[in-house]
Design a protein around this ligand. Structure first.
Ligand code: ATP
Length: 331
């Protein structure tokens, strides 16, 4: 299996200074510095910081590589029910290795956001429950734990539609992201976020007046303020122009590379997601129907047809017989 080419990192492109590229996600306590060569760059056999792959890796290369080191997140055969009766996830399993970006793709209603909420504990706020299976993060079972405790364990979800606090400033929103912290480096991390997103520093008014792209950047910045081990991103491309999608995804990639933050990325924009992810899972009707490396998914005829626009306008119609047969073949 071929590795994705490593891109030349250019911190200046993102307005970064070297001082702000402080990895905090290689298992060390928050804020710890890493000796030369022992930060995320050492993990990064690829540009996403995932485990290095060799030519002998198979189609399931990511989970197999991860077998050498336990994955940071392991979702095992979970079932999710809303309101005690609505079964939405039906035996869903996936793994996210430390330091990787993994994409979770699928059509509307497949259960992607539900999967993220099951991991972050936010299901509870919507009368949802993991009724079967388990979710292991950093070696510990986390299903059933309250969302604030899950944040403290290192998982931060960037919700679909941004969900920033509209009548607070960007700065206040960022401070809010650090609610779990008691160290004295919050100010330095705000500077770091402003280095990733310089335009947020210029916009001193209420966050509700920010553009859609700026709100997305603020939501990601707020997540970084928690110094998470892992960010769950729900549709960061939603409502953004193609140019902004490119910009936001370049920053997602830079954050993963520079800080070693592991990312599980839910997207309907499969093309954008596979441009930054190392591995992807495709969901339909509450379960994973396909997974593989980003290259494999991009080359897969079904993925091209359903998610990469290979069939033009026709791909939207499941009444189309050929598409329907393809879909059945997956299930
Ligand atoms: P989208 O991209 O449209 O958000 P998705 O793949 O993220 O789609 P989910 O939002 O997880 O899908 O929804 C999966 C299914 O669960 C849908 O049928 C949806 O109607 C249902 N669902 C989601 N949230 C709830 C809820 N709070 N109560 C009951 N059913 C829900």
């Amino acid at each position: 299996m071929r590795c994705l080419p490593r891109e030349s990192g250019d911190p200046a492109r993102h307005g970064l200074s070297i001082d702000h590229r402080r990895p905090w996600n290689t298992g060390s306590p928050a804020g710890a510095c890493h000796p030369a060569g022992q930060g995320p760059d050492r993990l990064a056999g690829d540009d996403n910081g995932g485990p290095e792959m060799t030519d002998t890796d198979t189609t399931r290369a990511m989970p197999r590589s991860a077998a050498n080191a336990a994955p940071l997140l392991s979702v095992r055969n979970i079932e999710v029910v809303y309101d005690d009766v609505i079964l939405v996830l039906r035996g869903l399993s996936l793994e996210v290795p430390q330091g990787a970006i993994v994409a979770l793709l699928g059509a509307n209603g497949a259960g992607k956001s539900t999967t993220l909420k099951a991991i972050s504990g936010l299901l509870k706020t919507e009368d949802g429950e993991v009724t079967r299976g388990e979710i292991i993060f950093n070696g510990e079972r986390i299903n059933g734990i309250d969302p604030d405790k899950i944040v403290r364990r290192g998982i931060f979800q960037v919700m679909e539609g941004r969900r920033i606090i509209a009548d607070m400033t960007s700065l206040e929103n960022l401070r809010l992201g650090a609610f779990t912290r008691s160290d004295n480096e919050v100010g330095a991390d705000i500077d770091m976020v402003f280095n990733y997103f310089p335009r947020l520093k210029e916009r001193t008014g209420l966050a509700g007046y920010l553009s859609g792209g700026e709100q997305q950047m603020l939501a990601i910045g707020r997540a970084l303020m928690a110094r998470p081990k892992m960010i769950l991103m729900d549709e960061p491309s939603m409502g953004l122009s193609p140019l902004l999608v490119k910009e936001v995804f370049a920053i997602i990639k830079a954050i993963n590379r520079d800080l070693g933050v592991t990312i599980l990325l839910v997207e309907q924009n499969a093309r954008a997601a596979l441009s930054v992810a190392r591995h992807g899972y495709i969901m339909e009707q509450g379960k994973v129907v396909l997974d593989g490396t980003a290259d494999e998914l991009r080359d897969n005829e079904d993925v091209k047809e359903f998610y990469l626009g290979g069939a033009g306008d026709q791909r939207r119609s499941f009444k189309n017989l050929k598409s329907f047969k393809r879909r059945k073949r997956w299930l």
